[in-house]
Write a protein of this length. Structure first.
Ligand code: HPA
Length: 257
């Protein structure tokens, strides 16, 4: 199996893929529950990031288990979704943003599979350029509003941010804020898996939005865009080149002193 989908908030329905069968995968980090099914004839894995039924909050997600499980199934490409708040007035609720860079404001989540071995993976281009190009082409083909680049800032959560934090994050250069892309993107790179994330703006961030932010409004926007996400992935997956030519597959080369 070559492609895996990690569904974020609002994307938990295994029927996103055809004929999904639940599977428990044992990893050194614990058991991971995911679904194996098909997508236009190809075998594919679907992993709901927050667990089946959305019980696991961002800071308790077993990120190492999730990536390790996909790796053990032979997944070489991961397409993920991330619900985000927007700090950029051009990125509005319902818009897609193709993440291009990140800033890590999480607090002590394990960000490596390595124990004693020193590994410094390069993060010059954290998201796979090939997968990003494929998703960009899909959005152009479907005519969906997608911002081709966006800086994601990851907070620890599970609370939303204060307006003062959002003001500070804007000064740092962030476009969107979420709670889950770190360490997922880092671990995927360390596992030498290509990874891209389609962010969905669900709200303007704290202090930019007029009122309070609720988890319900996040879910409501996700429900509105879920069919578009499915269409984007349907277009994108068959376009992914069969052989990998990007640097993701060699991420560990030169990473150890
Ligand atoms: N902040 C953090 N995470 C989020 C937000 C937000 O405003 N919206 C959706 N996920």
């Amino acid at each position: 199996m070559k492609v895996g989908i990690i569904g974020g908030s609002g994307i938990y329905d295994p029927n996103l893929i055809e004929n999904p069968k639940e599977k428990k995968v044992e990893t050194p980090y614990g058991a991971v529950h995911l679904f194996i099914g098909r997508w236009q004839g190809e075998e594919i894995a679907f992993l709901p990031r927050h667990g089946i039924g959305h019980q696991v909050p961002p800071h308790f997600i077993n990120y190492r288990g999730n990536i390790s499980a996909l790796k053990s199934l032979g997944v070489e490409r991961i397409l993920s979704t991330s619900a985000v708040g927007s700090l950029n007035s051009l990125m509005k609720p319902g818009d897609f943003v193709l993440l291009s860079q990140f800033i890590d404001f999480t607090k002590g989540r394990p960000t490596t599979f390595e124990g004693d071995r020193v590994v410094h993976v390069d993060m010059s281009e954290p998201y796979c350029p090939v997968l990003r190009a494929v998703l960009l082409e899909a959005a152009e083909n479907k005519g969906y509003r997608l911002h081709p680049e966006g800086v994601y800032i990851c907070t620890e959560g599970p609370r939303f941010e204060t307006p003062a934090e959002i003001k500070a994050f804007r000064l740092l250069g962030a476009d969107v804020v979420g709670m889950t892309n770190i360490p997922e993107v880092i671990l995927a790179r360390e596992a030498e898996i290509c990874y891209a994330s389609l962010a969905i703006v669900t709200n303007m961030a704290a202090g930019i939005s007029s009122g309070r932010i609720t988890a319900q409004e996040v879910n409501q926007i996700m429900n509105e865009v879920i069919n578009k996400v499915k269409e984007l992935f349907s277009f994108a997956i068959p376009q992914i080149p069969k052989t990998r030519t990007c640097f993701c597959k060699d991420a560990l080369k030169g990473a150890s002193p």
